[in-house]
Write a protein that binds this ligand. Sequence first.
Ligand SMILES: Nc1ncnc2c1ncn2[C@@H]1O[C@H](COP(=O)(O)OP(=O)(O)OP(=O)(O)O)[C@@H](O)[C@H]1O
Length: 726
Amino acid sequence: MQLPQIQHKHHQSTISTRPLLWLRSSNSPPQPSPLASRSHNRHASPSQASAAASQPPFTSLPLRVCHYSDPISIGSSSTASLNLNHHILPKRTRGSTMLLRLAALLLLCAALAAPEPGADRAALFDFLAGVGGGRSARINWAPTRPVCGNWTGVTCSADGSRVVALRLPGLALSGPVPRRTLGRLTALQVLSLRANSLSGAFPDELLALGALTGLHLQLNAFSGAVPPGLARLRSLQVLDLSFNAFNGTLPGELSNLTQLLALNLSNNSLSGRVPDLGLPALQFLNLSNNHLDGPVPNSFLRFPDASFAGNTMTRSTPLSPALSPPAAATPSKKRPRLSEAVILAIVVGGCVLAFAVVAVLLIAFCNRRGGEEGDRVVSGKKGGEKKGRESPESKAVTGKAGDGNRLVFFEGPSLAFDLEDLLHASAEVLGKGAFGTAYRALLEDATTVVVKRLKEVSAGRRDFEQQMELIGRIRHDNVAELRAYYYSKDEKLLVYDYYSRGSVSNMLHGKRGLDRTPLDWETRVRIALGAARGIAHIHTQNNGKFVHGNIKASNVFLNNQQYGCISDLGLASLMNPITARSRSLGYCAPEITDTRKSTQCSDVYSFGVFILELLTGKSPVQITGGGNEVVHLVRWVQSVVREEWTAEVFDGELMRYPNIEEEMVEMLQIAMACVSRTPERRPKMLDMVRMLEEVGRNDTGTRPSTEASTPVGEPRGKAESSSAAP
Ligand SMILES: Nc1ncnc2c1ncn2[C@@H]1O[C@H](COP(=O)(O)OP(=O)(O)OP(=O)(O)O)[C@@H](O)[C@H]1O
């Protein structure tokens, strides 16, 4: 991907961009292409280098670093003004010089008067003084300015008394971490020194930082053992030591890290067997490209092959050829032909796309860096920074002057991340849909978001932004909120909350066995009712003209109250209609053709198909007869019902629940009305809400109770009031 040169808006300094690496196994950040990165793995054996082309499911995004070729920090500029020599200035400037001095003095006084994390300030200074290469003017730690809110990469507690986060990525820091410096930051929760050139053993003093939740030391040159003492960091949620030169075995003591959500030790020189660490909370694991051997421990069997690629580990089910280590150890692995095979595997895995997402995110990040100094994208409202049309809900905007590319965040109740956090996130591919690829990204503060990279957007910038503003304003319990969007010529990104239980499609058709989430009747009714409320609300937007356009089970999730919650609204109108339609097979109303766009009536049809899916447990389109026969759910249900075999249509899994037949039949009738061929005969979504609420009200108390006790038809706070509003 061609990365642009970006001008720093204020200092006129050129930021040269280094190509990023993401989900890659490479030895150092500046690699021109993900496909070429195999040959640059400085710690990996040839086998690892080959396997490095595989796609570990977890990695960091810190992969492009911006360098200011002519950096001038605010601190240094204010110091410069103090040093002005009035003797060489013309008389008329002497007055202003005095003013400047006075201002600087006031600034100093203000700095001294403000509540300061005094001890932490001293520790930070000692760190900077002791670390190699740490005198970069990009580290704007001016003694005259208060630490909190001013010092580069430093975040303080709410009362300003302690430093709680230190993020100094890509600042060319080198050498060992100086002793008795960072260990004094005892309130530190997040430490990120990623993408520097720090070396030496793991800094032991970090092991005393009991409040740490995120430790990001990836992309450095640390060596020696992974210390067992890490187990003392009981609050740790994210540990990323990837792309270093750690060796030795993996300490079993890590099993004490019961809060750990993400563990990335990839691209080191770890060896031996992997102990069975348990780690029940772990969601991301990457041990790829080490020298590990032995079986994949039981507790890690739930992670994909890519987590272990580039080792010689074995698991009960064979590693997929694309990811298995290797044979790559043999010279033949170095041959171009094999490399192509590996590359193909990457493409098949779809993970290469993740690379591009991060590229764009990084571009956006650099754009942000080019914006106002200290411009925190979501940390608060900033008046006047967004020119032109502005949604009242938009919180802040970053961008490069002139091209209009920008990242826009919307207000949200739990918005606690900014773009920088997003860029530092570990990520994995969730899936590929009609509109692009979705990634799950774990931020440094352990927040998980979903980043959706759209493809084949046919709408122009203006239409796109208008639609985003519409979508971003929608707030409803049963509608997945759009948190942020990014638009540039080449990339369009959307940021959503992550729904940990996955989509209703996963719940209905996901793999059978232990991992399967059984969907009881009550849950299905709540899903249908919630989704109906959400869609009904959507239909009231834009003066009652808003269309969802892509209603299907993979776009319905469970909200906190276990009701359906609809996502991906309003995207269909921005896309190439033919591509979108081909992926929504089975949900598409018959009247929608290549030239006719989705309507609210066609939304109702799609919703009807979704209800049939909930009732039957079957996909909207099934291929049978050895791939020769296509069975459409709607037609199948219609034919069965016509033959009066109604009971035959229901999901076998529902048969275990007594006394629900009547409700199932009612719901079937509602669904059948929705999938009428004649659009005008379909009910409105608001009618659907009422009808589905009636289904719940018919409960005579004989229905088996489930863990979620809220009666289906009962008003439920915001969702109910919202649904009543339309
Ligand atoms: N916010 C989310 N939380 C959890 N999983 C999600 C989220 N958004 C999408 N997914 C899952 O990621 C996968 C890919 O989603 P995506 O929306 O890209 O494709 P889709 O839903 O299959 O098709 P379409 O692009 O038509 O919506 C799906 O399995 C989807 O359920």
